[in-house]
Design a binder for this molecule. Sequence first.
Ligand code: IPT
Length: 947
Amino acid sequence: MRRVLQVLLAMLVTCGTLVAPGDARTAGEVTYDRYSLMIDGRRIVLQAAEFHYFRLPSPHLWRDVLEKFKAAGFNAVSLYFSWAYHSPAPGVYDFTGVRDVDRLLRTAHQAGLYVIARPGPYINAESSGGGLPAWVKTVPGRARSSEAGYREAYREWLHRINPVIARHQVGEGGPVILYNAENEYQVNTDAAYMQDIQDQARADGIDVPITTNDCCDGGSWSSTWATGPGAVQIPGIDDYPQSFECADPGLWGPWGEGVTERLRDDIPVFAAEYQAGAIDVGDAGYDKCRELTGPAFMKYFYKNNLVTTGATMFSYYMGYGGTNWGWLAQPNDVYTSYDYGAAITEARRLTPKYDEFKRQGYFLQAVTPIAKTDPVAAPPASDNPALTTAARANPDTGTQFVLVKHTDRAATSTDAATLDWPAPDGRHRVPVQVKGRDAHVIVAGYDLGGQRLTLSTSEIMTHAAIGGRDVAVLYGTAGSPGATVLRYGSEPRVTVLDGRVSSTYAGGDLRLDYSHDGLARVLISGGGRRPLLLLIGTDEEAARFWRADTASGPVLVRGTDLVRSASVSGDTARLVADVGTGAGQVEVFAPPQARRLRIGTQDVRVTRTRSGSLLGSTRPPGPAPLPALTGWRAHVESPEAQPGFDDSRWTVADSTTTTSPHPPKTLPVLYADDYGYHYGNVWYRGHFTATGAETTIDLNAITGKRGNYLVWLNGRYLGSAAGGVQADSGDQWTPPNPDPGPGHFAIPAGLLKPGVDNVIAVLVANMGHNDDWIADDLRFKQPRGLVAAAIGGTPISWRIQGAAGVDPVRGGLNNGGLYGERTGWHLSAHPDKSWKTANPAAAPLIPGVTWYRTSFRLDLPEDQDVPVGLRFGGDPSPAYRVQIFLNGWNVGQYGGDIGPQKEFSLPAGLLQERGANTLALAVTAEQPLPGGPGPISLFAYGNVRVR
Ligand code: IPT
């Protein structure tokens, strides 16, 4: 009963319609109205980016990525929690080591980020099974429904993950402010399921508002069923206007305007997943995806979205993509890298997209009236129809936000106009100029610290009160005109410290006119206000600024590659910052008591500038050479192919029934999942007494896209075939392919031994499990492994072998059932002295699996961050595929037409940066080849000093 009361109470407290802003506030209360979320009554614009801890299996690097989010002006991180990642079998859950989500949530909190917790149960995310563990394929009941079987399974997960999330909610002093139920569940209509997920969450102590992310349009859980069972408090919409066609990065919104709709009148407009990268469906490479979703796209689409519907809740997918290590990938759309063309690369490097997030994110944090706006009439760009405006204003402060963009959003020309702007403090005619595929959000009627900003046609990046004056960073496109008008009681003193800025004063208005060029500096004092330092730069100059909060107020830093945090104590300003090989100037705007500067462990000699800042130069990081990879040794495996191999301890595959919705074509049922082998390669051995009349072996195997299988008879290799895939249409109406992944192998004369035991051996790849986007069991529960087998009519008795248990550190997705994996050839400790030396690129390969191993030592400087990758030179042959193991961790797959990837991230943590490392490659060849992968080398993605 107490529990029930608690839950009811929690629901009352969090229901925004019941708790009006201004009501009694307890610590960490999340409320909302039609404008925005409020935390303890304080409005916030939610600026979140998505991060998948399961795609970065190095917990200490979570901090690095999350600090980078924070430094870009994000105030929140959206986290999917992957059920599959934690549960290798029913009832078995692991939340330790790389799965320590408690640590993840603590880290987010320490980085100063709120959290949107998204535990599914279904998450999609191009992850195997869409995050549903493969064992769920074997439970009765439609997945993503309220049907028995599935229901017990998902409740088991929720009761494990919810308590962890619950104890990190804001009310408990933690970072979690929202809980997202399910994922794009709009095409499915099982309200009982949607409701039950929420009921379970409430029962488990979740008291923050519950959200859901709808796909594509608003007609769903969000609106149509807004009040019925299953309805959530704050539905949001996923929007990917730029598509996933990375091969064509010049596309411009092929999937629409990308404007997040208002779904209800009582909740903020929530862009639950807004495109910030793309999956590389066409194998174009992620740099192209980064281009497709680059700064131009961000400028136009994000700002357009911001002003058109007044959205104040954003979550960008992805902020950092990471790696599909092990067997994490869903096979149909992705390969090892899940870089996603995100603002932060897989190797944790910052890109120009990061700069754009920073410009926009800082603005959203600094100019707080944007959290509450209504549409208002926009000042027309009347003298040039090529440009269009739209506007919103804060009803309390009157602050206006005017969007200036091209009328034809696809325009590529630069266009200028004069805005005749009836701003709250008076009418002004000011110039605006917009280059093609760009948009500006400009502000009028704003109390900028101790100043009154009448208007500016430069965009505001940030402003801060530092040492009794205001410092503001404004920016605009290089070469474009800008005008800023500030209001004063009497004429102020204007000193142009840098750049060309003209000023006029009339009737209380100080007007500055200039062209955006480099970084102009204008000091304004007197006029009845505290001093103002205006820093007016180009986009590029603005991006060099960092803002960090200290106990003695904010500081601004120009220069360094990244400022993670700052503090001021005594006469010293300290920065925790990254300094790249470019090094260069660093300039710090800090309270005046700071006369010295320390970056990490380095004292930086500084002088005081006319701007009142401290100026010095940074020292670049030292070199970080990487060793050549030599001393490779090789060993052939696949003993399973030999007739004499002892398979007596393998699992007997003799089942005649299955819970799979796919009826077996031949018996026994050979589906790997039915025998508990869910990930990676699986071996089959079939024993049969031959009549001698058999002529062919007819097989069907389903592997998921890019999978294959290899077949031996009595130790003789017969060849390979491509594995079956999800029906191309991928919809629930297309019946399953009746002949998936067929392979017909003629039996060579003289190979069969009539009347005695003959052995067929088959090695089948399992490239991962289909997602379940439309909650279609035929798709999600598509089997893996052999799905039919016949050798004439001769009876066969089968055994199957997949992974030998679950790696206690690396988890159930790390390994499949290769011989070398079952016997530890991938592990550092495996003795390989007896293996013969061989160069992988030049040594001939025979069909089956050959392993290569080598070790190398690293001694990377402790105060530097040098992300390391493994590079395969030359072109991969489609005839072999390579599983790459670093110190036992399965870090990726190369070759075999699996994807365009030739460089693989070796994340620190898995990689011993100061110590010994072992690389092991399992190379599966489909045919005899003169050589294998290579040349193989280590390389550095970057090099920054971090201490
Ligand atoms: C949206 C999913 O919610 C997310 O998990 C991920 O799969 C993303 O797409 C694509 O990377 S689904 C949307 C594109 C319809």
